[in-house]
Design a protein around this ligand. Sequence first.
Ligand code: NDP
Length: 332
Amino acid sequence: MRWALLGASRIASSYMIDAIRAQEGAEITTVLSSDTERGRSYAERHGIARSTTDLDAALGADVEAVYISTTNEKHFPQAMAAIAAGKHVLCEKPLAMDLAQAVEMVSAARDAGVTFGTNHHLRNAGAHLAIREAVSAGRIGTLLSMRVFHAVSLPEELRGWRVADAAAGGGVIPDITVHDADTVRFHLGEDPARVVARAGESGLGQGVEDSVMSVWSMPSGVMVQSHESFTHRFAGTGLEIHGTEGSIFARGVMTQEPVGEVWIEDAEGRRALPFEGHNLYHRALALFTAAARDAGAPSADGVDGVKSLAVALAVREAARTGRAVDVDYGGL
Ligand code: NDP
């Protein structure tokens, strides 16, 4: 499969170029950048044949799929152009700046018959796959509650648009709450119905929130508590899922690497839950590539991207107004 990268981004440099190239027969032919020199040096650094500042040129006839990892406000126009050109689209989260745009992207891809994936990498982690399997096999009984904590110290090199530019989609809610929303949906198999939240600036945010805590009501009655932050140096990440017969604990699993610790505690004591250590992004790309060849589905599809964004937008609205907000999934 021949790919174009839409965006000369860090995430493509650090994980996605390698993951694309790990797929048999995959080739990255083009990178799109808004800056000629950045695009040129990015292409040279990564051994990509062409760089361009022209979106139409990036969507040339030789390209079958695009990976979109520009800043968030560009995802919508770039995805719509790629879909119109008949390309498969793997798009970074959050899919768009608002729900209507995200729904439009996903509907357009469906109508055009192209594959659309959202890069929610955590679903691909061995740790999360093992947790989901244990939950769905009933190992902790009837579910009662879930807690997810994803409060980190944002690395220095990422303290640009994420902490200072609302117009580019900055803020911890579009950046990390979307991942937590996807993780909760993945493990619990249902969509949050209503949220309450508090958000604020705790040292890094400049006009955008850098910390948020929220509580989500699930249709089944399960209660969810979520915490995301850019300013917590030593908090660590993880989740807990509690049921009538046991609890699952996971530490260090809200991350890009196949690491962490997962265990179950129940009446018989504490036991480790083993999991596979494969590369998260390689698995995401393998499933996306297969889906584009009509074999299966991406690990997170367009609807998953719309739903994680819907939850994040509800959290932001709840934090802004101080009220409980029903999650609007845009009819999906
Ligand atoms: P970057 O800040 O690295 O890149 C985003 C854009 O910023 C690029 O497209 C580029 O524009 C521009 N840019 C890059 N370097 C510079 C520079 N030195 N000076 C000025 N502009 C520059 O973003 P990330 O890689 O951190 O994030 C990109 C997207 O990926 C976001 O949507 C984010 O939410 C998502 N993401 C997802 C992750 C996941 O694991 N699923 C992890 C990290 C990010 P241009 O292309 O025009 O050159």
